[in-house]
Design a protein around this ligand. Structure first.
Ligand code: DC
Length: 209
């Protein structure tokens, strides 16, 4: 059991998943992509024909589904790793993630998942530094230009990325925001290994003080 956490937040396409994965690999820690959890839940709701705006129905679904993110993203035993990146999910996921009861259920699961890891966990999302792990060992806010973020998101397009960021940053429940004590890292034009190395150095300097 370990409570060691590197928490990473930032908008869509800021490099969170790639960087978090690379940091976890360097350290031999686990990696938790919390966006994949909201996406898997959204995919399940759409597949069942539920109205994602129905807060009660979505809260009930959130507390009943079985979700895994590693080694693959699954919901109720079905592998949805590829399906959760679809356009339908991109559009609906911000609605699901704005539901406060869905969020509290996901936050509880995220804390339990991290607590069960043998060494430490690199966790990435939108509310990880502010709500899920406000006392994380290292807290990071990743940014990048909209142009570069849209390029990284490939088919999603600049408008869709910008719209999702707007919804995620202005919702009432745990909006995306920069924690006061987070390191801010602009990843525009930087490669993953370089950014991962910088984060590992921060962890080392924290551990030695
Ligand atoms: O990181 P991503 O694009 O896969 O995240 C998908 C959506 O989930 C994103 O629009 C915001 C939401 N999300 C969230 O609200 N809180 C998190 N901790 C992670 C993701």
């Amino acid at each position: 059991m370990s409570e060691q956490v590197i928490a990473i937040d930032g908008p869509a396409g800021s490099g969170k998943s790639t960087v978090a994965r690379a940091v976890a690999q360097r350290l031999g820690w686990s990696f938790l992509d919390t966006g994949a959890m909201y996406r898997a839940l959204t995919w399940e709701a759409l597949g069942r024909g539920l109205d994602v705006h129905d807060e009660d129905e979505m809260a009930a679904l959130a507390s009943s589904v079985v979700l895994t993110t590693l080694p693959r993203v699954t919901v109720n035993g079905r592998d949805v790793e590829d399906e959760i990146r679809s356009e339908e999910v991109n559009i609906a996921v911000s609605v699901v993630a704005a539901n406060a009861r869905v969020r509290s259920c996901m936050v509880e699961r995220q804390r339990a998942m991290a607590a069960a890891q043998p060494v430490g966990t690199v966790v990435e999302g939108r509310d990880i530094t502010t709500v899920v792990f406000p006392a994380a060992t290292v807290k990071i806010f990743l940014t990048a230009s909209l142009d570069e973020r849209a390029r990284r998101r490939g088919d999603e397009g600049e408008d869709s990325v910008a719209r999702r960021d707007e919804v995620d940053s202005t919702r009432a429940a745990s909006p995306l925001r920069q924690a006061d004590d987070a390191f801010v890292l602009d990843t525009t034009g930087r490669n993953v290994e370089d950014v991962a190395q910088e984060i590992v150095q921060w962890l080392k300097s924290r551990s030695s003080t």
